[in-house]
Structure formats: C-alpha cells, structure tokens
Design a protein around this ligand. Structure first.
Ligand SMILES: *[C@@H]1O[C@H](CO)[C@@H](O)[C@H](O)[C@H]1NC(C)=O
Ligand SMILES: *[C@@H]1O[C@H](CO)[C@@H](O)[C@H](O)[C@H]1NC(C)=O
Ligand SMILES: *[C@@H]1O[C@H](CO)[C@@H](O)[C@H](O)[C@H]1NC(C)=O
Ligand SMILES: *[C@@H]1O[C@H](CO)[C@@H](O)[C@H](O)[C@H]1NC(C)=O
Ligand SMILES: *[C@@H]1O[C@H](CO)[C@@H](O)[C@H](O)[C@H]1NC(C)=O
Ligand SMILES: *[C@@H]1O[C@H](CO)[C@@H](O)[C@H](O)[C@H]1NC(C)=O
Ligand SMILES: *[C@@H]1O[C@H](CO)[C@@H](O)[C@H](O)[C@H]1NC(C)=O
Ligand SMILES: *[C@@H]1O[C@H](CO)[C@@H](O)[C@H](O)[C@H]1NC(C)=O
Ligand SMILES: *[C@@H]1O[C@H](CO)[C@@H](O)[C@H](O)[C@H]1NC(C)=O
Ligand SMILES: *[C@@H]1O[C@H](CO)[C@@H](O)[C@H](O)[C@H]1NC(C)=O
Ligand SMILES: *[C@@H]1O[C@H](CO)[C@@H](O)[C@H](O)[C@H]1NC(C)=O
Ligand SMILES: *[C@@H]1O[C@H](CO)[C@@H](O)[C@H](O)[C@H]1NC(C)=O
Length: 757
C-alpha cells in the first residue's frame, strides 16, 4: 500500500530468484543481487587453511540437525551462545558485550570508550587495549567479543552510538579496528568488528510501529572509501567474525543484504569467518541464509527447524548450511580455542558464584589511555598544569559519583540506558549508555582524585555538585567546573549543548577569573556559549575515560602527564554548522529513507568543503610544550604503481593484497622546542585527485624530550592513495599529483609535500 515512492527509486533487480516481484521490493530491497553465497575455503592464509581442514572434518560428521544447531543462539548465561554438538565435542560458543569492557560481570575492568581511545591517536595503546580486553574475555571463558566498534563512524553529529567507535574518520577507525582486532585475537578471543554496515543513526534503526527500519542509501564509492574502509583493516588483521546491522541498505535489511554480505564482505574482501546478526536483526529465513548470514542471535528466529526444512525443500542448499557451520568452527579453530579454553565464567548478579578476577593490572593501562585521551583545547597563559594549588573550588554534577536511584551499581549489566552511563545530574560520566556501556568495578571520580591530591598538598577544597549558581570562594587558586554530554544506543542526542551546563559554567566564570572547564562527552559538544569568556582560562575535553577517570584527569591537570590527546571529531561553533548531519530525526514514513547525498564529505571533510570554520577541528589538541615539524621528505619504495592491481593475484582476507603494499614513505622530524617532555601527534593528510581536499592517511604519536629531535615515518599504501572506481569495480591508483600536508591537526598544516604517480 505504501510502495509508490519506492518503485520510483527502483534499480534493476531482475534475474534473481525471489527478487523479480515488484511488490516484494520493499522487503527484498533494490540492492544489487549477489548470489550464490561464496563458500569459505581457507585459501587466504595457511592458518585459515588449517582451521578449515579441522572445521570441515567435524562438520562432515554432523547430522542436518547438528549443522543447524550451531547456527543459532541458545539461552544461557552469555548474551548469546551457539548450540553445542556434544556428540562431537563441539562446545557452545559464548558471545558477550561490550567493546570497552565485559558488560554486566563482576571483577572485570571498565576501559575507556572507543571515542576516548581514538583521541589518543596512538597505535600501541590501541593494540594494548585490544589485548587487555581480550585477556579479560578469555579469562571469563568468552569465545566471541562483540567488538571492535568501527561503525557508525559518526556521520550524524548527534548519533547515539558514535562514542563506541574511534572517531569520525575511516583511517583513524581503521587503524584502531585493526589494532584492537589483533589484540583481542592474540589473547585467544574471536573479534567481531561491527556493524556491517551504515549503522549511522539510532533513529528508526529497527523496525517499529512506525514501519520498517531506516534505509541508508549510499553510493558504491562512498561505501568503499568511507564506511567499509575500517572493516578492511579489521579483516586484514584476521577478524573471525563480523556483525551485520539493523538498518536497511537500499531498502534491503543489513542481515539479508546480498550485496553487502555475499558481495563486498565475502567476495571482494575475502572474508573467511562468519557473519553474526545483530541481536534480533534477522528478518527472514531463506533470504538471510542465501544472502550470506551465518549465525543468528540471540535465538533461532527464522532458522532452527525452519532452516532444515528449507534445506529439505531446496530453498537453501545443503552447501550453504554446511558453509555456515564451517565458517563458525573455522573461526573457533583459527584462534586456537579448541585447546585449554577456560570454563565459562559468566553469571547473573543474583546467583552466588565463584570470584573470577580477570583484571590483572589493567587499571594501570586504563589510567594511561585515560590520560592520553584527554584533549586540552584551551589553556591561557599556562593556566595548566596546576602548580601545587592549596585551595580549589569544585563545581558541577559531573565531578563525583552520585548516590541516586538511577545510579545503583547492583543494576549494572541488567538493562540499557538507565543503568550504564551517567547523564546530567546523575554524576560523573565514564562510559555512556546501551549495550556498549562498561560495568565498572569502581569509579575514581574527579572529586576523589583531586581531593587525594589536595590532601597530599595540605590544601583545602570547597565544592558544590548541585547548584546552578554555586558560591565561589575568592581565595581559591582556581575553579574547576565539571559538565557532561550523554548519549546512548537506541536514541540519538537531541542537542550538542544543554542550557543547564552552559549557565553553570558562565555563572562560575562570572565570579571566578580562573575557571577551568572539564567536559566528559560522548561526542562533539558545542561550547560557544562560554569558550571565549576571558575568565575561562582552560578547557579539557575529557571524553569517556573508564574506571580510572579521576586519576587520568589529575595526571593531566597536575602535569604528571603532558596532554597529547586530539579531537577525533570536529567541534563546530554552532549546531547548524553540521548541516544535515545534525538531526537524524527526519523521516517518519513507513519505509524511511536516508540518502547519503554528501558522499565522502562528512565531519572535517564537510567543514573544509563548505569553508566553515569550526571551533576546534578534527585532530586538534594542545600540549604543555611546543613542537616544531621540519624536513619533510618523500621517497618511493619502487613498488608497482600501475593503476589497477592485477586480477590474477588471489584476494586475501581484507581485500586485494596489493592494496596493503607500501608505495611511498614520508619522513619528517619533530623537535620539542619547549621546556617539558611530551608526545606530539604528527598527522599526515593527503589530497588525492578527485577526492576531498584533505583526508587523514597517517598519524604517529611520538614522545620527545625537550630539545630532542625525533624522526617520524609514515607509510603510504596503495589503498591510502586510491579511489574506488565504480566502473572497474576496483581500487584505482590515479596517475597524477598528490599533495601531502603534515601538521598538528586537519587545519594546522606545518609542512607540505608532493607525490607524483
Ligand atoms: C508477487 O508477490 C505477491 C505477494 O507475495 C503475490 O501475491 C503475487 O502473486 C506475486 N506476483 C507475481 C507476478 O509473482
Ligand atoms: C545502493 O545503491 C547504489 C546506487 O544504485 C549503489 O551504488 C550501491 O552499490 C548500492 N549498495 C548496496 C549495498 O546495495
Ligand atoms: C576460495 O574462495 C574464494 C572466495 O569465494 C574464491 O575466490 C577462490 O577461488 C576459492 N578458492 C578455491 C581453491 O576454491
Ligand atoms: C543443540 O544445542 C543445545 C545447546 O547447546 C544442546 O543442548 C543440544 O544437545 C544440541 N543439540 C544437538 C542435536 O546436538
Ligand atoms: C518457523 O517459522 C514460523 C513462521 O515463520 C515461525 O512461526 C516458527 O516459530 C518458526 N519455527 C522455528 C523453530 O524457528
Ligand atoms: C521451504 O521451507 C521454508 C522454511 O519452512 C519455507 O519458508 C519455504 O516457503 C519453503 N519453500 C518451498 C518451495 O516449499
Ligand atoms: C597573560 O599573562 C600576561 C602576563 O602576566 C598578561 O599581561 C596577559 O594579560 C595575560 N593574558 C591573558 C589572555 O590573560
Ligand atoms: C538520571 O538518569 C536517569 C536515567 O537516564 C534519568 O531518568 C533521570 O532523569 C536522570 N536524573 C536527572 C536528575 O537528570
Ligand atoms: C529534527 O528535525 C525534525 C524534522 O524537521 C523535527 O521535527 C525535529 O524536531 C528535529 N529534532 C531536533 C532534536 O532538532
Ligand atoms: C557572584 O557572587 C556574588 C557575591 O558572592 C553573588 O551574589 C552572585 O550571585 C554570584 N553570581 C553568580 C552568577 O553566581
Ligand atoms: C571575571 O571574574 C572577575 C572576578 O571574579 C569578575 O569581576 C569579572 O566580572 C569576571 N568577568 C567576566 C567576563 O565574567
Ligand atoms: C632531513 O631528512 C633527510 C632524509 O630523511 C636526512 O637525510 C637529513 O639528514 C635530514 N636533515 C635534518 C636536518 O634532519
């Protein structure tokens, strides 16, 4: 009944079983059909070959029912677990949230959220994060970690889940996604990069009484260069699993979209592992099986007995069912989980159980990443670091953990948004809401950490966590104001500011000429209501730092750690600067549509293209010292630079192997010209012909002693310099000039260079 607008959008869907009936289009979509589903065969590496050999020999001994049993979720202590095959010794595989810590369990760590890790711009920390997380998952006997989170990447500024990912740039998210995947899997746990694909908004992300889920309509080039990009890194790093998303793409649901699963993921990117549905994201039995879905969670949904019936009547081939089971077990063996895997240690909080402390000394790492992800955005006249102050005023709801009915630790892990993050007036924010929230074993609040410092310095504090016009003590050395900006899975933010917090900051500043603002934020937070106030002498974007929040902050405030964090998104001067990326709450029709008409131009690419001056640009952040960049040089590695990689070379997981070859290296030097040791995040942006003016293609966080000079090296791979050619259906290295920009942010360019291909 509601089809007319859709049929006008139709593209060719002919020639494919089940997709030639126009009245079924809203269901099957107008996504290019790609069938049959490629069978995983383990040919992309010796480790996968060995894993497939084992998996096939087990699957070949299974009955039809046993093959089906491992493809769907069974009720158990985990958020999802596959069926066992006791007869053949195949265990249930346990799946668990979250990307920043094991959700809902005791004696586990609360790591900084993804957006905070992204702000470190530090590859080593990204790997260490994945490895530590993986060690905790494995310690709990969990086989499959539902992360890294590399999509959404933050197209919608108010997006409810942007904070779970590493930031609004595919290169940054890609490096993070690859390093985290490597870390998790080195610990013996299967990683699950998610969500495949286009999960860019929460508004109508699922079907509801309003109608079907939002359809993200994205052109082929943008799909490759922006949204699929970070997944390529995670696949290249060996990811054993990928989660398909709730949304529709070109009207076809993510978990039954053959173009996305059979086409891009399993053919073009050579994915050897299994695709698991997001929880409840399956919308059909036969269609999802044939489109490439391998495992459905958290229950059988449209499969179970119906899948075996479908195999019996020929709608789904036996080979497809066997491929599902084989892919799942191959990932299991690929990671080596068939030897010495710990007992499952996941329990509900209301059942008495043995203590299983899997935290090791991760608190140290959490504190370190926490500090490295703090972004200093304003610091007048060296207000910071603090110089052993003996009297501080502390204001704002975000300064301390609150005892409130909404903040009851016994409920962590029990549900969704009300249980995880802290929002306005609910206390300090260390994570945000929904399934991506962590479950802290304790929380070091800013108040606690500052108070400990003040005690050590024989000082005093005055505080007010509730008032909007708090009393300022004129004798204090500084006023610290703590505010936050919350977000959660399942809804998008309604604003990038809030009046209460802005008034609080201005009220304090009107009576305090040394006001320092700390913003815990789940994404961009517009600060123009007060950032230029001369009494505001410093401001820190403190992200979502995890359990050691206060310690990390104090390390930066007091200068034990010289800040080097950089914004992994753009902070505009006003909300309208984000244009149509601001408000996702737009389409209330039965089959809602979101056309990604901007193509590659999101976040800083959008601000650059429209010449909009942001308040703080992507990649921005201050230090307590100063750095000088000099002596850029570019050299060719001599690798083949023909426009297209040869088609006879077999694809490996992650795409054509040539895409990862280094074609050019860029060297530059960075000198610490100040008095204090610290790290600089050197960034490399490239202007590729026929692409946005500047795109991040390299970053290195380097520690430099005062007066010291360090050489920084960037590798530019074929993919870094290529565009996706929609006609050739290949990455293309265009002949021409590529301008390079090396600097301290996406706008603060210090050096330029040139590559001639
Ligand atoms: C198209 O599908 C509808 C509903 O499934 C069915 O009633 C109709 O007969 C089909 N038409 C053709 C030509 O197959
Ligand atoms: C969506 O449609 C566009 C335009 O036809 C096409 O370029 C793109 O590849 C399609 N993507 C999917 C996932 O169907
Ligand atoms: C293995 O699978 C890939 C992806 O479907 C395919 O390209 C390749 O030809 C297959 N190799 C063999 C030896 O079957
Ligand atoms: C299917 O999986 C369930 C849950 O692990 C298990 O109890 C049952 O024995 C399995 N069924 C078969 C036929 O192996
Ligand atoms: C099979 O499908 C029917 C109709 O779609 C559904 O009601 C039933 O629950 C399914 N059965 C199983 C075991 O999945
Ligand atoms: C085959 O079985 C599946 C699952 O029960 C069902 O959805 C489908 O309509 C059946 N197809 C035929 C041709 O009987
Ligand atoms: C910075 O300090 C100098 C010297 O104390 C003072 O003259 C100047 O006004 C200060 N600048 C600002 C912006 O406060
Ligand atoms: C605290 O958080 C809960 C759940 O998000 C919310 O319902 C409540 O309004 C918040 N309290 C205040 C005072 O903002
Ligand atoms: C978003 O836009 C819609 C449609 O224009 C409007 O109804 C809604 O109020 C807007 N929401 C916000 C939070 O601005
Ligand atoms: C500033 O301080 C004065 C005197 O202590 C007080 O009356 C006034 O309310 C304060 N202003 C604000 C905005 O807090
Ligand atoms: C800055 O603080 C001083 C001292 O409390 C106050 O007199 C002055 O009005 C404030 N300035 C602004 C712009 O708020
Ligand atoms: C500049 O870089 C080149 C090439 O890396 C190197 O040979 C040279 O020594 C460098 N000069 C300085 C002053 O660092």
């Amino acid at each position: 009944m509601l089809f007319p607008t859709l049929s006008s959008l139709l593209v060719s869907v002919s020639g494919v079983q089940g997709q030639s009936n126009v009245s079924e289009i809203p269901f099957y979509g107008r996504s290019p059909p790609v069938y049959p589903s490629p069978e995983g065969n383990g040919t992309t590496s010796p480790a996968w070959t060995a894993a497939y050999f084992k998996a096939r020999s087990i699957v070949s001994q299974m009955t039809l029912e046993e093959k089906s049993n491992v493809t769907y979720g069974h009720t158990g202590p985990c958020v999802g677990q596959t069926g066992a095959v006791p007869r053949l010794g195949v265990p249930e595989l346990c799946f668990a949230d979250a990307p920043d810590g094991i959700r809902g369990q005791e004696f586990v760590s609360a790591f900084p959220a993804g957006i905070h890790l992204g702000a470190t711009f530090d590859r080593q920390l990204m790997y260490a994060y994945g490895k530590a997380l993986g060690d905790e998952y494995r310690g709990q006997g969990i086989h499959v970690a539902l992360g890294p989170f590399i999509g959404p990447i933050g197209r919608i500024a108010r997006g409810g889940r942007n904070w779970e990912g590493l930031g609004s740039d595919p290169f940054l998210a890609g490096i993070g996604g690859g390093e985290i995947t490597k870390g998790i899997q080195d610990a013996g746990v299967i990683s699950t990069p998610k969500h495949w694909l286009f999960n860019e908004q929460e508004f109508r992300r699922r079907e509801s009484s309003l109608g079907e889920a939002m359809s993200s309509n994205v052109d082929d080039r943008t799909t490759h260069e922006l949204y699929a990009w970070p997944f390529m890194n995670a696949l290249r790093a060996g990811a054993g699993s990928v989660m398909c998303s709730y949304q529709r793409a070109n009207d076809s649901y993510g978990c039954q979209n053959s173009k996305l699963m059979n086409g891009i993921l399993k053919t073009e990117l050579g994915f050897e592992g299994f695709i698991v549905s997001d929880w409840g994201a399956q919308h059909s039995g036969v269609a999802s099986a044939n489109a490439g879905l391998d495992v459905v969670m958290p229950n059988a949904a449209f499969w179970g007995a119906n899948l075996t019936t479908a195999v019996g009547n020929g709608s789904v081939t036996l080979e497809r069912l066997e491929d599902m089971a084989t892919r799942l077990l191959a990932a299991h063996y690929f990671i080596g989980q068939d030897e010495d895997f710990p007992e499952n240690g996941v329990y509900p909080y209301n059942v008495e159980h043995p203590i299983n402390d899997v935290r090791h000394d991760h608190a140290t790492l959490i504190r370190q990443i926490g500090a490295a992800g703090h972004v200093l955005v304003k610091n007048v006249n060296n207000t910071l670091p603090l110089k052993k102050p003996r009297f501080l005023n502390i204001f704002g709801y975000d300064a301390d953990v609150k005892a409130s009915p909404w903040n009851n630790p016994t409920r962590y892990g029990g549900g969704y948004e009300e249980n995880f993050g802290w929002n306005t007036l609910n206390g300090t924010m260390i994570t945000a809401g929904g399934s991506g929230g962590s479950t802290p074993p304790y929380v070091i609040s800013p108040f606690k950490a500052i108070q400990d410092r003040i005690i050590a310095d024989r000082g005093i504090l005055r505080w007010d966590f509730w008032g909007l016009t708090p009393t300022v003590y004129a004798n204090a050395d500084a006023c610290l104001v703590f505010i936050n900006a919350y977000a959660s899975e399942s809804f998008d933010r309604t604003s990038l500011t809030d009046d209460f917090s802005d008034q609080l900051v201005n009220n304090v500043a009107s009576n305090c000429s040394n006001t320092i603002v700390v913003v815990h934020s789940a994404g961009p937070r517009v600060v123009d209501a007060w950032i230029d106030n001369p009494n505001i002498t410093a401001c820190i974007f403190a992200g979502l730092p995890g359990q050691e929040s206060g310690h990390s902050l104090v390390d930066v405030l007091y200068g034990d750690m010289n800040p080097s964090g950089r914004l992994p998104y753009t902070v505009g001067k006003k909300e309208s600067d984000y244009g149509h990326f601001l408000n996702s709450t737009i389409d209330f029709s039965y089959f809602p549509q979101d056309d990604y008409t901007e193509g590659l131009y999101i976040d800083y690419r959008h601000f650059d293209a429209h010449n909009i001056t942001p308040r703080f640009e992507f990649g921005y952040g201050l230090s307590y010292t100063s750095f000088q960049l000099s002596n850029i040089s570019v050299s060719s590695t001599g690798a083949d630079t023909r426009p297209f990689p040869p088609s006879e070379v077999p694809i490996v997981q992650g795409g054509h192997p040539w895409l990862w070859e280094v074609l050019y290296t860029v060297h530059t030097t960075v000198t610490n010209t100040g008095e204090i040791a610290g790290a600089e995040v050197v960034q490399l942006y490239v202007e590729i012909p026929n692409a946005p003016a500047r795109q991040l293609r390299g970053f290195e966080r380097v520690y430099v002693e005062p007066g010291e000079t360090v050489v920084v090296k960037f590798d530019l791979t074929r993919r870094d310099l290529s565009i996706w050619d929609v006609v050739a259906q290949q990455w293309e290295l265009q002949p021409g000039s590529y301008h390079l920009f090396v600097g301290a942010s996406s706008r603060d360019v210090k050096l330029t260079g040139l590559v001639e291909v």
